[in-house]
Design a protein around this ligand. Sequence first.
Ligand code: CMC
Length: 438
Amino acid sequence: MSGSLTVTDNRTGKTYDLPIEEGAIRANALRQIKVDEDDFGLVSYDPAFLNTASARSAITYIDGDRGILRYRGYPIEQLAEESTYLETAYLLLFGELPTNEQLARFSHDVTYHTFLHENVKSLMEGFRYDAHPMGMLISVVAALSTFYPEAGSVDDEEVRLQQVVRLIAKVPTIAAWSFRHSRGLPYVYPDNDLGFTANFLSMMFKMGESRYHAEPALERALEVLFILHADHEQNCSANAMRAIGSSRVDPYSALAGAAAALYGPLHGGANEAVLRMLGEIGSVENVPAFVEGVKAGNGRLMGFGHRVYKNYDPRAKIIKQVADDVFEVTGRNPLLDVALELERIALEDEYFVSRKLYPNVDFYSGIIYQALELPTTLFPVMFAIPRTAGWLAQWLEGVVDPEQKIARPRQLYTGAGERSYTPIETRASGSVLAATFR
Ligand code: CMC
């Protein structure tokens, strides 16, 4: 009985045994279910992959009902407490925590690849003064493929690892320069004597001083935020990374596509949307009316809800603690009170409780970024920097997976059957969309 699923096709009365492996049936096993020999076979219809596993993966584990997140088996709470971003990136990419020697080597390699080709700088200078930094990041990451044409040799392990190091190293430089660009400030070159987050803060905020000294509490807060955002299994952007990578394109092009997916307000753009929302609400007294508006269908409570978590997002819990550490240095962000009140009301309200809508990672991260004096447009970029490690881990796993084929879903065709072309003079009416061209 165990290990298989028996289904009866009521169209034909035939019965089939479909093997169950790792809690799943293979969708392809449905293809044998046909009404006759000409039938293509049964397919499963699952827009948005609500109940479809698109990969076997050993990287990140989420139990959404219990609010559990682990990277390679290690609880996110322990990594946030004990680890560094580069160590966590190593863990995600290679499966085990590094030894001292391995970490030193990895950190050295990343540190010495933080510089960008000078032509990349000219490219960035060509953007308008008010260009969205996420648009800049996406474009510049894609452009990097033209600087490293060997990156297309995705079957070569050494080449793959070289691009992994380059991307983890260079994305923060692009991110910081996109910020400097928006401020009309000169771009700051990386400082190889600094650690990953201290160097990033230096490229962001260094002015006339010979060396930028980041506040240790802020450096650590950023490190924790980066650890929390490093991976999140098969989310929209990881899925984009894997799908694009399945065409065997170079990782720069694939990562530009993943970053584009992250940019959307339902994904990594949510932290930007949360801040806009909190700003619109303005003060604690306006919270109840805003919540009523959301319940009446006027928009969503941004930073709430998750496809997988039906419990408090464990990252949001840790971020709340980080916020306190940051506010001790920067002073309290007044929007925090609005956020806390929103959370309090929402967690008691039947609408949110019955739909299991809890704060997600984006609910508090934006408040911290704002306290660090980052513009809201930079928030999705702050998400993309650490997620680079996760995207690359997902990509590496996919590229060497013997089961990987080019991602190519089926469709349920809903259009017209075959019909004959009619000359334009004889057409009674065009498409309703044609009204657009009147
Ligand atoms: N505010 C109000 N109602 C909501 C919200 C929300 N934030 N999220 C979901 N709902 C309602 C939704 O209207 C639906 O209600 P009903 O059953 O009456 O139609 C129900 O909850 C289920 O929603 P869904 O859209 O089917 O859920 P989903 O799994 O497709 O969407 C989500 C997940 C994250 C896109 C969604 O919760 C959302 O839009 N949240 C706000 C945006 C956000 O914070 N995104 C960041 C996600 S975490 C960071 C990341 O991983 O990128």
